[in-house]
Design a protein around this ligand. Structure first.
Ligand SMILES: NC(=O)c1ccc[n+]([C@@H]2O[C@H](COP(=O)([O-])OP(=O)(O)OC[C@H]3O[C@@H](n4cnc5c(N)ncnc54)[C@H](O)[C@@H]3O)[C@@H](O)[C@H]2O)c1
Length: 258
């Protein structure tokens, strides 16, 4: 078996599209077996079938999974045990953006954003660790955001939830290290990657104009591609990053350097 994550067993949440789908593809191409989970079961199954058709049957599988549900997490980890034969990589990718200032958001919206973006990482890591301990070395990769490090007036929930993911990552990393487990945990902080999440920010406005405006805010002068994030996920998932834990990787075209 060849590849940068050859023989590893990966679960990617929110893998029906966008960054999760790209991560699943790149991990599979680098030799991992991958379980794709998503609320959108048909979408995840479609990506898994395409991966199997390119890379061979049994490379990928899919499951319906609401990352806010503890029962779903228990079932998904058990499915990973059965279909992958264990778990060595967890990519906590599923997430949503709720726009709105502190005065705009209702408590219900706030709780939804925290559930999808933060409870998911809490529940997923808690339930994955027992199986990951049996499959060391392991790596947990959490999708935070540059918005977890830099605030905006109309991102109250997204800023708070992604900042929680940032420090939760470090706490998990230190816990695993203290236990003496070779299980690392790092966060990724992208900005403006071309996926449907960015599309949601466009709303009724002209898409090309909004995208051009966003690109002008990036020192590199362009928006990011899903592949830019998938490459980083493969690096953090692989043993190439074996001395890296509790760290944050910023993929923002230079925004946070300003
Ligand atoms: N695209 C960007 O510019 C960007 C920037 C920074 C961070 N991120 C983060 O990257 C991650 C992926 O973003 P994306 O751009 O691919 O988004 P996306 O909207 O294209 O995909 C998100 C996926 O998550 C799934 N999902 C949503 N709620 C879920 C739930 N409760 N349970 C299971 N699955 C659920 C959706 O069905 C979808 O397939 C998110 O955590 C996002 O916050 C994205």
């Amino acid at each position: 078996m060849t590849g940068r994550v050859a023989g590893k067993k990966a679960l990617v949440t929110g893998a029906a599209q966008g960054l999760g789908a790209a991560a699943a593809w790149y991990l599979a191409r680098e030799g991992a077996r991958v379980l794709l989970s998503d609320l959108n079961e048909a979408g995840a199954a479609q990506i898994a079938a395409a991966i199997n058709s390119e890379l061979g049957p049994g490379t990928a599988a899919a499951i319906r999974h609401d990352v806010t549900s503890e029962a779903d997490w228990i079932a998904t980890i058990e499915y990973a045990r059965v279909t992958l034969g264990g778990l060595s990589i967890l990519v906590n990718n599923a997430g949503i953006v709720l726009t709105g200032s502190i005065e705009d958001l209702t408590l219900e919206q706030w709780r939804r954003g925290m559930a999808v973006n933060v409870d998911s990482v809490f529940l997923g890591t808690r339930h994955a660790l027992p199986l990951m301990r049996e499959n060391q070395p392991g790596s947990i990769v959490n999708l935070s955001s540059i918005a977890g490090l830099i605030a905006s007036h109309n991102f109250a929930n997204y800023n708070a939830s992604k900042a929680a993911v940032w420090l939760l990552t470090k706490s998990i990393a230190l816990h695993c290290a203290k236990q003496g487990w070779d299980i690392r945990c790092n966060s990724i902080h992208p900005a403006f990657i071309k996926t449907s999440i960015l599309q949601d920010l466009v709303g009724d406005r002209d898409e090309a104009t909004v995208m051009a405006k966003l690109a002008r805010q990036v020192p590199l002068g362009r928006l990011g591609e899903s592949a830019d994030v998938a490459h980083a996920i493969v690096y953090l998932a692989s043993d190439e990053s074996r001395f890296m834990t509790g760290a944050e990787l910023k993929l923002d075209g230079g925004i946070s350097a300003m």
